[in-house]
Design a protein around this ligand. Structure first.
Ligand SMILES: [Fe+2]
Ligand SMILES: [Fe+2]
Length: 258
């Protein structure tokens, strides 16, 4: 069994979901699923069939209480690398994105987003900033380690909360490689990736993440515009990012304080 269906979106199985399930630890299967997803969604950014909310994320917090037991199971993991800020804000964006893309399996997107970075709590903390946010950080060994450790967290906590073994593996298919795989392999994977980026555009994300990269807010928000906006996969995420960036740069006066 899985957890109850939610009002975020009907948990109908999208075409990309089946592809994601094939994408276990087999690199060829991941490549195949990635190609299937690219073929199924040839227009990029992917247009949104549902409503796109570009208001400040604080106006729509992640509110579905059914995930509270899962939050309680990973409180320890939220105390590393700002996860107690990053994960709730990312989940709020994930739920918003699921309303914009009602074909996605919202439960899968939400659980994968909540858990995706919990693995940071189980790697060498001293290496998180020195390796995870410097140089070619997306390919740092510690990045792969936090993805593997995040899968271990998912496999440890989800079965006891009633999630099926099949669902747990689909969650792991998304967590494994969320930073290090070059492309998404399903709509759900794409929405989790976009949610993971969107939190950085909120002023709370800028405050936290700019310090990780050793950048002042102006330099960091310039980088968001030039490097992160083009990485967003969905049109809804793009619209949310641009709206948030305009608000945040005005609030922080980055045009002047630079
Ligand atoms: Fe990550
Ligand atoms: Fe993340």
């Amino acid at each position: 069994m899985t957890t109850p269906k939610t009002p975020v979106a009907d948990a109908g199985r999208a075409a990309g979901t089946a592809a994601a399930h094939r994408a276990d630890a087999n690199p060829a299967a991941v490549d195949s699923a990635t190609a299937d997803f690219a073929a199924a969604y040839p227009v990029r950014p992917v247009p949104a069939p549902g409503p796109v909310d570009t208001a400040p994320i604080a106006t729509t917090p992640a509110a579905l209480e059914e995930l509270d037991p899962l939050w309680r199971a990973v409180v320890h993991e939220t105390r590393t690398r700002g996860n107690d800020i990053h994960l709730p804000i990312s989940l709020a964006f994930a739920e918003r994105l699921c309303r914009a893309y009602p074909d996605a399996d919202a439960e899968l997107v939400r659980v994968a987003t909540l858990l995706h970075d919990t693995g940071w709590a189980h790697v060498d903390e001293s290496r998180i900033i020195s390796e995870g946010f410097a140089g070619d950080w997306r390919k740092a060994a510690i990045r792969y380690e936090h993805e593997k450790q995040g899968c271990d967290v998912a496999r440890r906590v989800l079965p006891g909360l009633g999630y099926s073994a099949e669902f747990v593996e689909r969650v792991c298919d998304i967590i494994d490689g969320h930073d290090t795989r070059p492309a998404a392999h399903s709509l759900e994977d794409a929405l989790m990736r976009d949610a993971d980026r969107l939190w950085r555009f909120d002023h709370a994300g800028i405050a936290l993440a700019s310090s990780w990269f050793g950048m002042d807010p102006a330099t960091y928000t310039d980088r968001l515009a030039t490097e992160i906006v083009p990485e967003l996969i969905t049109q809804a995420a793009h619209d949310m990012a641009v709206a948030d960036l305009a608000r945040s740069t005005a609030l922080l006066k980055t045009a002047v304080i630079r």
